[in-house]
Design a protein around this ligand. Sequence first.
Ligand code: ADP
Ligand code: MG
Length: 757
Amino acid sequence: PVDRLPEIQEARLKLPVLAEEQVIMEAVRENPCVVLCGETGSGKTTQVPQFLYEAGYASGSGIIGVTEPRRVAAVSMSHRVAKEMNLPTQVVSYQIRYEGNVTSDTKIKFMTDGVLLKEIQTDFLLQKYSVIIIDEAHERSVYTDILIGLLSRIVPLRNKKGLPMKLLVMSATLRVEDFTENRKLFPSPPPAIKVDARQFPVTIHFNKRTPLEDYTGEAFHKTCKIHRMLPPGGILVFLTGQAEVHSVCRRLRKAFPFRKGNTTEVDTSEATRKFKKSKQKKTVSLPRIDLDNYSALPVDEGDEDRQAGIGEEEEDEGSDLDLGDDPGDTEEKADPSIPLYVLPLYSLLAPEQQAKVFRPPPPGTRLCVVATNVAETSLTIPGIKYVVDCGRVKKRYYDRVTGVSSFKVSWTSQASANQRAGRAGRTEPGHCYRLYSSAVFGDFSQFSEAEITRRPVEDLVLQMKDLNIDKVVNFPFPTSPCAEALVAAEQLLISLGALKEPPHTGRVKDLERAKLSSPITPLGRAMASFPVAPRYAKMLALGKQQDCLPYVIAVVAAMTVREIFEELDRPAGSEDESSKLAQRRARLTQMRRLWAGQGASLLLGDLMVMLGAVGACEFAGCTPKFCEENGLRYKAMVEIRRLRGQLTNAVNAVCPEVGVFVDPKMTPPTESQVVCLRQIVLAGLGDHLARRVQEEEILDPKWKNGYKTPLLDEPVFIHPTSALFKTLPQFVVYQEVMETTKMYMRGVSAVDAEWVP
Ligand code: ADP
Ligand code: MG
């Protein structure tokens, strides 16, 4: 029996899923797999695990597992459910990549989908679980898709073995045919239960014109207007990335300053009156601006929090904007008489900051949450009456052929725009302001594509081969990656030695087919046990030579965490700021030069800089102060530290005789170790080789100092911040090509001409 607090019980009763408890539990009892659809906020994530718990699914030997595509959701939902059930976090726990509070008493475990996928590698039948809930299936994250494919096989196997297991797939949209109508996945279709949400009508207001450039400015002005003119009710603004979120938060805080203490004397009716008629504009001192730290950027997550290189850090306060459909305020003077309680929300925001959005705003203020698309379905913010939707989303794009990646802001889908609008009608009728025209909306694609169709899949293919799924093409994907991507992945893995090319008879067709069923090698198994991309796993597997392992581990950790250096090309606000920024830039450039070392070590290039930065930071005890002074992102460095620990354990597990350990006082590599490291890097990044464009090949003056790669017609370049920008070696390998203002190689390291095959 669960002993809930009365106020919790009362709130639960208002949730639409509660009315369906019996229907849901009966379906689960009668079927091995069930699909549950319900609007965001209907109570799926917080309530369904409780239903299962109360029905006894965690009272035997098995526990309840819930997967989330986002770390944020895994952590915050486990806390919420523990609180609702009045149970300690030893019982309702979470596990994300590096941390968790799972104990032997855990009965409900929230985790990221990646964590469960790893568990399948050690126990294919997932025997510790009696039921698995795959949450947020509509997001179609790669791991979620793979898990559904695997579980479609695991569940019948468990049942055959007399160890019954249930699968529940939960989605916020009704578009579940990819799961229910896919015979390869589920030969007999699982029942789909639909929860009717008590959704209030939301009036959609389209812009007549669509701002193509300054949509953040438009979002800011629209929000100001709502706050001045419309009755109380929370505002939720959807933007595309962390920098935009901060910029709009800053502007809003400046326009409607709120300080603790300046609101208590304002009574609500007074405030309401002022919402309508507030023309007196006083100049007040600016509020303290709370600039939340930029966070580290883990792999595969929080892509929307990355820099897109599209100049989104605009800060032209009160510039003369064409307001199009929304004329009126061109300039926002600070107006403290109607305080706005502005909160940012994005994936990588610290949990304490995130939790603020669930609490009521201070009395006399209006809540305004400025968010990325995490607020679209993962988290439900109470009390939102107005939604401002920029209609865009930031995504990482990969060119399937060349592997070039870029972050682009593009139009979102109709389905997701409708999800966003729905956030306004949770508690009463609401309004959604779309900063684009209805014609533009008509051109949006209907749904967003599954992630698996949009990115390289070599890591998945290796994981699957390690699970002895040799014919990856036959895997029951909810949506298959394209054949081209699968072939490219197998070819890369063969070239890395992780897969063995199967014998073939020489007929082209056989060859094509054979290519997709290459068996895994012992090296491949070792690589699969390292939680990093296959290219980096290969480097780890080779790291034994010349005692290079500690260095390889540090470099791989740094390459995996990415974005370890603070951005230096931030535009400055004032002149004073710009000279400070220039000073800082000079100092950080100097540090990078120092870390790059001299002579032989210089040739390891950007990877040497990373190694030097990690070494120096650890030596100094990895403090926020050291990071701040040296232009390193503190959270990235902490993440690198954890990953080094994890990789060290993984290497020792595969190869106990090397006895490698994390040395906080790692000395720089010797000259011969640097040479060895460069060869190891080449072995991992061999397909990312680039050759300097020769004099006679220069067809265009812009090609000067460019590099030629096998797959691109156009040359790629070494970035001015790279350690090898001045050296321009004949041959280099790179981590990735990123298209910003130009095609730039990132993570460049020099290759000796005689090593090139
Ligand atoms: P769904 O999974 O269907 O989108 P949830 O179970 O996440 O719905 O949310 C149900 C309700 O619980 C929502 O009204 C939401 O606002 C509330 N809720 C979720 N997390 C918290 C929290 N940490 N604090 C307060 N309320 C919360
Ligand atoms: Mg949910």
